[in-house]
Design a protein around this ligand. Structure first.
Ligand SMILES: Nc1nc2c(ncn2[C@@H]2O[C@H](COP(=O)(O)OP(=O)(O)O)[C@@H](O)[C@H]2O)c(=O)[nH]1
Ligand SMILES: [Mg+2]
Length: 242
């Protein structure tokens, strides 16, 4: 399976030199989607030879960076895509395992889960993230019959053939919810793989109003509702196979 490994990156000058060589070691072709970084990220990337960079002229959001990775995967004729964050929270040595699992399980999506294995009690996830994850999992189970343990892990493998079926409207952190709605409604085969739960920097934030967990949950619910409604319309309008 010929696959692309893509990193959505926004102002990661602190992690690039540590994360990129480790990704290159375990991955085939590597793409960095620089989402309009304003720190030293572009300078660091300009001197990094063994990765390809696509840059958004301005910051568009986590979801936008993933959509670009989807498009580059299809354009490059790859069989699959692995997405991995660039802040040290994901372990590059697991990249080949994700691809292996995609093949073995003949899955459409292999999603890393930080909540399958018991995590180190000394390094618990931030409480609001754990709570919001549990709430969203209930939505997925009750409204999509999708049984997952981690709704937001950025460490995933996708079969390339599904990527251009997604119609993404939220370009921020809620984008994965749109993917879950469209993937579940299209009966895609989704499996999870245990990955370590790593939180290195408690000061990292979503930025802006999403740092308010109540607001973030309401925003996620709105994106989820809109995605459900849009999908129903698309199906009724024959834009998607029922
Ligand atoms: N904060 C932020 N990260 C982005 C953006 N675009 C791409 N990213 C990258 O997306 C990945 C996940 O972001 P992060 O803030 O760590 O998300 P979290 O781990 O789910 O809280 C990282 O590699 C970021 O550099 C953006 O607009 N804002
Ligand atoms: Mg992170």
């Amino acid at each position: 399976m010929r696959y692309l490994t893509a990193l959505p990156v926004y102002n990661e000058e602190k992690y690039l030199d540590e994360v990129l060589p480790r990704v290159v070691k375990y991955a085939g072709d590597v793409l960095v989607v620089d989402d309009g970084s304003t720190d030293a990220t572009p300078a660091i990337l300009s001197r990094t030879t063994d990765v390809r960079t696509v840059r958004h002229p301005k910051n568009m959001g986590y979801g936008a960076a993933l959509v670009t990775a989807f498009q580059e995967t299809v354009r490059g004729g790859y069989d699959a895509l692995v997405t991995i964050d660039c802040d040290g929270q994901h372990e590059p040595q697991l990249i080949p395992r994700l691809i292996e699992e995609l093949g073995n399980q003949s899955a459409d999506i292999v999603s890393g889960s930080r909540y399958i294995d018991t995590y180190d009690p000394n390094q618990p996830p931030p409480e609001d993230r754990r709570r919001i994850n549990m709430t969203v999992l209930n939505w997925l189970r009750n409204e999509l019959n999708l049984n997952l343990t981690d709704a937001f892990c950025g460490f995933k493998a996708y079969r390339a053939s599904i990527l251009d079926t997604f119609r993404i409207h939220d370009l921020g952190y809620a984008m994965p919810l749109e993917v879950w709605v469209q993937a579940a409604r299209a009966n895609m085969r989704i499996v999870e793989m245990a990955v370590p739960l790593i939180y290195l920097d408690a000061s990292r934030s979503f930025g802006g109003s999403l740092d308010d967990s109540e607001y973030r949950l309401r925003h996620y619910r709105k994106v989820f509702d809109d995605a459900l409604a849009r999908d129903e319309r698309d199906r009724a309008g024959g834009k998607r196979q029922s």
